[in-house]
Design a protein. Structure first.
Length: 299
């Protein structure tokens, strides 16, 4: 009989992860639960078969970490998600909502969920090799994500999940100066960046920054990335408030670009800095994901 193993980030959702671990232990038994960062994740994935599921309980970063290990195995389990983080973009696309109702009903929904392939991508450059499921972005939004990450490390009591985190993102975003992305980023053989661009997003799924729709007709399994430009300041705020759409620059199955200096980037909400040099974005191994009934990507 297929089984589900729940991999929980205990720090997610201002303690929601720890509470979920206690509740799930009562419902499915402690043997089916592991805490991210305190378990042998590759060993757990190795014990699960292709009919099973590894359920990531946390934010987009938690889902991405579990997906990374799943992608390393040929006969790997599917990725399921119980969203506990701030953005939860992948969970939103796959139809999984926060656990506000019956936990038993959620476990049953995971058991009978449909399955679908999810593209994954990899960015490579000087000292950098990172894979992702959701999106790679560079510019102002990644710089805000870095500031938020630093704030979380310095003042963990302020970062309590959900709407509080989104509010902090808004405050930090309002404090940021614009980035001249056109001078910083040169796309090789791709579209030109608009002069007003402060953010470049390479989207694999249609949900960005906690529910912003990137573009219509995006698919998670078509082997293509959508390239989108966002502004900065008020313009970026209008997009994140869902009052304005990002501009679709094009679609591609690979991308190369050069950075003229150090630039903030993020993959699936995890920020980092990339130095000057030549970079390329290529397909990585896809994985199977669990899809809830009625999910946006179910068709």
């Amino acid at each position: 009989m297929p089984q589900a193993h729940f991999i929980i980030n205990p720090a997610s959702g201002a303690g929601a992860g720890a509470r979920l671990a206690r509740e799930l232990a009562t419902l499915v038994g402690p043997a089916q639960i592991s805490l991210l960062g305190r378990c042998d994740l590759p060993g757990i994935i190795a014990r699960l078969g292709p009919q099973d599921a590894a359920v990531a309980c946390g934010g987009d970063g938690t889902a991405s970490a579990v997906a990374e290990v799943i992608a390393e195995r040929a006969a790997a389990p599917a990725l399921g998600i119980v969203p506990l983080g701030t953005g939860n973009d992948l969970a939103r696309v796959l139809g999984w909502k926060e656990t506000r109702g019956s936990l038993a009903a959620l476990v049953e929904a995971l058991r009978v969920a449909g399955r679908r392939q999810l593209d994954r991508w990899r960015v490579e450059g000087p000292g950098l090799r990172r894979s992702w499921c959701n999106y790679l972005s560079m510019g102002v939004d990644a710089r805000v994500a870095q500031r938020f990450h630093d704030l979380r490390l310095r003042h963990p009591s302020l970062v309590r999940g959900g709407n509080i985190n989104r509010g902090l993102y808004g405050v930090l975003g309002a404090q940021q100066r614009g980035i001249d992305l056109v001078r910083q980023v040169r796309l090789t053989g791709g579209p030109s960046l608009p002069q007003w661009a402060g953010v470049l997003v390479l989207g694999n799924i249609p949900s960005y920054a906690g529910g912003v729709t990137l573009a219509r007709d995006m698919r998670v399994d078509d082997g293509r990335l959508e390239l989108l430009a966002l502004g900065h300041g008020i313009s970026l705020g209008l997009v994140t408030a869902r009052l304005r759409r990002p501009r679709l620059l094009g679609r591609t199955d690979h991308l190369e670009f050069d950075l003229g200096g150090t630039l903030a980037m993020q993959v699936d909400g995890e920020p980092f800095s990339a130095g000057p040099g030549h970079y390329r974005v290529v397909p990585d191994r896809s994985i199977t994901v669990l899809v809830a009934d009625g999910a946006p990507c179910a068709t």
